[in-house]
Every structure is written in structure tokens, then in C-alpha cells.
Design a protein around this ligand. Sequence first.
Ligand code: NAG
Ligand code: NAG
Ligand code: NAG
Length: 522
Amino acid sequence: MMFKQVGLYVILLTSACESAKILGVFPIAMPSRYILGNALLRGLAEAGHDVTMVSPFTEKDPPKNGSWRDIVLTGITNEHQDYIRKFTKFQWLGQYASLSAMITPITASFISEPLLNHTNMQKLMKSGEKFDIVIVCQFLTEATKALSNLFDAHLIVFSSFRMNFMLNHLVGNPSLPSYEPELLSSFPPGMSFSQRVLNTLYKFVMNSLLHLFTYPINDRAVKKYFPSPFNQVDLNDALYNVSLILHNYHVSISSPLPHVPCIIDIGGIHIRPWKLPDDLQEFLDNAKEGVIYMSLGSNVNSKDLPLKSRTAILNTFSKLKLKVLWKWEDDVMPGQPPNVKIGKWLPQQDVLAHPNIKLFITQGGLLSIIETVYYGVPIIAIPFLADQPLNAYTAQKEGYGIVLLLKDLSEGKLSSLIEEILSNTKYTEEAKRRSTIMKDRQISPLDNAVYWVEYVIRHKGAKHLRVQYLDLAWYQYYLLDVFAFILIVILVACILLKISARCVRYILNKFIRNRFTKEKDE
Ligand SMILES: *[C@@H]1O[C@H](CO)[C@@H](O)[C@H](O)[C@H]1NC(C)=O
Ligand SMILES: *[C@@H]1O[C@H](CO)[C@@H](O)[C@H](O)[C@H]1NC(C)=O
Ligand SMILES: *[C@@H]1O[C@H](CO)[C@@H](O)[C@H](O)[C@H]1NC(C)=O
């Protein structure tokens, strides 16, 4: 009896230890970021952890097991969305200029400052509460990396984008501009010479902007908004303190890139079964001739497309034998053809999972790309901003999609692309092949993420995963000191050779001349 009780006590104790306190900071008011962060944190709560999520949104159906707390950043949604729309309008500046603007002084603390200054966040920061793990969503949120110091927690970075110049150097991940297109470029894998030149320059400029503006500005934000004495921390120390990167990517999407051991691919973490509403189920079931699904995601509204593009799309759709399901953010669509069904919000995953979907017309956001590869549907990508051009050109290069730029969108062009994807089976076959790769995993991406978060707790920050690079100065990492040394050795050797050659020549000359003159004399 006694023994049993002790046993029970031990079990209770260990399970109490296993429940960690986890803080997730997902301050960006973009639904796609929230969906990802929420999927991860829900998974952690369902595994029995005590989870706090900081975000602009409220969870309406918190998980039953574990524990869940929302810290809602009231009022910053509109601010962020205005900002994102502004960048969509800057398209004419070109991909580079508009995106370089994102990390310049104007915007370097656009996400961090309203977060750190928010009343609810300030309350948490001054509460003295501690956590085991802080997970921060990466994107103009450098200052939040100092939260790990404030809450005495291990730092995990969640990257909703592919690995990029903002992250690689934090963990010493090798990334060469010779074969890795930078995040905000529109180069597909296998770059041409001129693309490699641009990619190299671009990476250099972005890196410089990051170090010249983004880091100092975020460091000032830490000094300004963190309670004392935690405002004394040097942001540089906080930045390189990352224990783990949870990377929203998977090898089925594009050719692989090198990963140091603390980068864990969890692309597909948000995939879970949904249920189609009855009317959609019926619409899709009855469309034996096939359905085209069109959605430009949550940042670009179809209803705000230029009239010319909208008319071209509508004219194309009205002449199709197929049906069309279109995410359209209004109650009515002027000139809606009979074969087109609209919905303000559509359960995208479930729609893509339906066997009658033949083609997805998308803006090429990473979540849409992951979903389309998961369900094996080929795409026509009309990219707008951020990583969308890169994703779109990658899909084209890898053979499961075609890019259509908004400026090239016309009725003739769109209908010929639709015809190409529907009649040439190679696109669908490639999408389906990649789908089998995406699904062929030892363990689900969510379980994998939970495992690695717990791994970091078990191994107290898992510092054994860090590569040596982090102990080197930048010139040591790029071997500049070694090259300089070798150069000097070669130079010295040349000089010595030259001197000794002169000596030899001198001696020989003297000797030979002497002999010659002697021979002549004889
Ligand atoms: C938590 O709840 C979910 C659904 O309610 C269940 O599937 C899961 O097994 C539970 N996990 C634990 C650790 O109890
Ligand atoms: C910070 O928040 C306070 C009120 O909560 C506000 O008065 C102040 O202007 C804010 N500062 C900045 C820089 O946004
Ligand atoms: C680095 O992380 C550890 C936990 O792994 C934390 O205790 C420490 O305060 C962090 N240091 C900085 C400078 O952020």
C-alpha cells in the first residue's frame, strides 16, 4: 500500500516536471502566421504543456488538455494590415526596392515596437513570471529575441519563411549565393550567371541593412521597453542565443539546402482534417468535369484586382467547361458567370483535398504552396509580395506550376495556361509525386515539433547542437585570415625567390663570364 502511494507520487512528480511553461510570441497580424503559430502551440498544449500565446487574435476554441492562455494585442491588426497593403502598392518599385525598404529604418521595428509597448505585453514583461521556452515568430521581430533573457527561457525561433539572410547567420547555417536564391528574390533554383551576380549583391546589401539599421534599432527598442535590469542585455548576445529553429518548409517543395542540426523542418504542421460545409461538398461532388480553385490568400483581395485583370479572369472562366470556385471577399461579384461559385472564406485545405480539383490559381504564399503539394494539385501562381515570387518561380522550375505575372494577365494568356495545365499531365503528375514525398515521414511534422521543443527543455537549451561557427569572428568564418596568411607566405616566397634568383644569376654570370673570358683568353 505504502509502496503504491510512493509510486503514484513519483508518477505525479515526473508528469508535473514534464509540463513545461511555453510562451509563443506571434505578433504579426497576418492570418497565415497565426494559423502556423496556433497549430504549433495547440500541439504543445495538447501534449500537456502550459501554453501562453501572444498574438493579435483570440483562440475561440482553446485545447482541452494542457493549459491555454491568450495575450491579445488589441488594436494592432489594422496597423499591420495597412502596412502590408502599402507594400502591395509598392509593387511598381520592383521586388528589390520595395522589399529592401522592409528592413530599413522606417520599418525595422515596425513589428517589435507596437508589441513591446502594448499594455498587455508590458504587463506580462513586468510580472516577473518565468517560462521554460520562448518561441518567437521571425520577421522584423529581432528585439523579441531578448525575451529569452527576460523570462529566463530557452529561445526557439519559428520561421514561417524559408531559411534566409535574417536567420542563417544566427545558427551558422551555410548559405552560398551561388546556389541559394535569397528569400525575397524571384530566382528559381539553378540560377544563371547574371542571377548569381544579382543574388550575391542582393544578399550583401540585405545583410548590410540588417546590421546597419535593423539590429541597432531593435537594440534601442530593448533598452526602451524592457524592464530594468533586463534592458541592459546586448541584443547581439540575445540574437545568437537561439537553441532551435522550427522551419516551415519541406524538401518536397524545392531542391534541398544545407541545414545545421538545430534547424528542424516542420512544413505541413498546420495540415489537419477539416470538414467541408454541405453546399461546398455538393458543389465539388457534382462537378464531374473538374473544378478550378482560385484564391489570392489573405493579404491580397481578389475583389481589389485591377478591373482589367478581373475582366480577363472572368471572361476566361465564363468560357470554360469546368466549374470554378473563387475566394471572393464580397457578397456579390459583378458579371459572375454561372459556372463560378464564390465564397468570402473557403476551407482551402479541404477544397484542395477534393479529387475533382484540377488546378489551383494562387498568389504563391508558402502555406498555399505547402497545401497544394500536400494534396498534389498543380498551380498557376500570380505572385504579389514577400516570398511569393520565389515560391512561384520555384514551383515552375520544379515542374508543378506555371508563373503568371499580374502585368501579363490577359484572357488569351490565362486561357492558354489553363489549357496547358489541364491537357499536359506532367504538371499534375509532378504535384502528385511531390505529394507522396511530403507525406512520407517518420513522424508527423507537429509531433516532430513537439518532440524537438521538449528535447530543448530536456537538454537545457541543447547547446550541443550549435556549430563551431558561432565561436569564430566573421573574417575567420570566411577564412579571410587564412587566405591573407597564405597570400603573405606566397608573396614572401616570391620575394625570396626573386632575391635568390638574382643571387644565383649573379654568381652564375660571374662564374660563366669568368670561364668564357678565360676560354677566350686561351
Ligand atoms: C489531448 O486531447 C486531445 C483531444 O482532446 C487528445 O487527442 C489527446 O490524446 C490528448 N492528449 C493528452 C496527452 O492527453
Ligand atoms: C506606448 O504606449 C503608450 C500607451 O500605452 C503610448 O502613450 C505611447 O505613445 C506609446 N509609445 C510609442 C512609441 O508607441
Ligand atoms: C540565453 O539563453 C539562456 C537559456 O538557454 C538564457 O538563460 C539566457 O538569459 C540567454 N541569454 C541572452 C543574452 O539572451
